[in-house]
Structure formats: structure tokens, C-alpha cells
Write a protein that binds this ligand. Structure first.
Ligand code: AMP
Ligand code: ZN
Length: 140
């Protein structure tokens, strides 16, 4: 989409095209899942739509639904094969959210008890601030 030029400028499009290697764990007509080369946990996999979309704003609803369905199947596969205790799904849209590869992907992170420390400090907010924020979001 946009000024995207296919496998020449997108590593995940190159994987879909068979022009870059990947350890594929799951595939459908519209999606592909493969092991992350720099895993956070054992079995860390990425699920992508085969059609290039940059991020959550760019992807169409059908490809997003297909990618979400595949993430569920990959979660089941990893749970069955690796015997993990839990799963995190993570997604980044935008540099500010830590996106580094600009072809939409969902991280599937197998978790075992006690493997990682909780990474997000709780920001906290007063009820008044939450009310003001709520008005900003929904209008009025
Ligand atoms: P994000 O920061 O959410 O954009 O995550 C991008 C992820 O892609 C990182 O976890 C990288 O380790 C992973 N990654 C980058 N290149 C490859 C590749 N060629 N094969 C598998 N995973 C990759
Ligand atoms: Zn791409």
C-alpha cells in the first residue's frame, strides 16, 4: 500500500515472496507466521498478513481479522508443542510504540511462570483526570 515497493524494501514481504529465509510455523492463504530472529521468550513468533500493510491504520478489516485468527492458532500450536503456561499478544503501530519493522505483525509470546518481569510501570490517574480524558476521547 502507499509508496511501498514490495520485497525490495520490506523484509517481511521478502519472506512472503520466498526471497528471505524464515522458520515458518503456520501458514494460511492470507497469513504467515514464523519465529522471531531475536526472541524475547522461547517460541516468540510473528504473525503477518501476506499482503503488505504498514500498521493498524493501514490494514483492512479482512486482513486484520485473518491475522488475528492466525495468532490464535499459533498460540494454540505453541502452547501444545512447547507446553507454555500463558501467551502474550503484542503489537506495535508507530515508532513511539516501538515498531521497527513496518509491515504489520502480531507478536505471539509463549510465557512460562516467572520468566519475565512486568515491563510497564503503572501510570496512575485521578478520577477527575480520567473524566477529562474520557470527554476528550468521546467528545462533549
Ligand atoms: P517490532 O519492534 O514490533 O516492529 O518488532 C519487529 C520484530 O521483527 C523484532 O522482534 C525483530 O526481532 C523481528 N525481525 C526482524 N527481522 C526479522 C526476520 N528477518 N525474521 C524474523 N524476525 C525478524
Ligand atoms: Zn511488507
Amino acid at each position: 500500500m502507499g509508496d511501498h515497493d514490495g520485497p525490495a524494501d520490506c523484509i517481511f514481504c521478502a519472506i512472503v515472496a520466498g526471497q528471505a529465509p524464515a522458520r515458518v510455523v503456520h501458514e494460511t492463504d492470507d497469513t504467515l507466521a514464523f519465529l522471531d530472529i531475536n526472541p524475547i521468550t522461547e517460541g516468540h513468533s510473528l504473525v503477518i498478513p501476506k499482503a503488505h500493510a504498514t500498521d493498524l491504520h493501514d490494514i483492512g478489516p479482512d486482513d486484520l481479522a485473518a491475522t488475528a485468527r492466525s495468532a490464535k492458532q499459533v498460540a494454540a500450536l505453541l502452547t501444545e508443542r512447547l507446553g507454555c503456561d500463558g501467551i502474550n499478544l503484542l503489537h506495535a503501530t508507530g515508532v513511539a510504540a516501538w515498531q521497527t519493522v513496518f509491515h504489520l505483525h502480531i507478536h505471539v509470546l509463549p510465557r512460562v511462570d516467572g520468566d519475565l518481569a512486568f515491563p510497564f510501570p503503572i501510570r496512575g490517574s485521578s478520577a477527575d483526570d480520567l473524566d477529562a480524558l474520557h470527554r476528550r476521547i468521546v467528545g462533549g
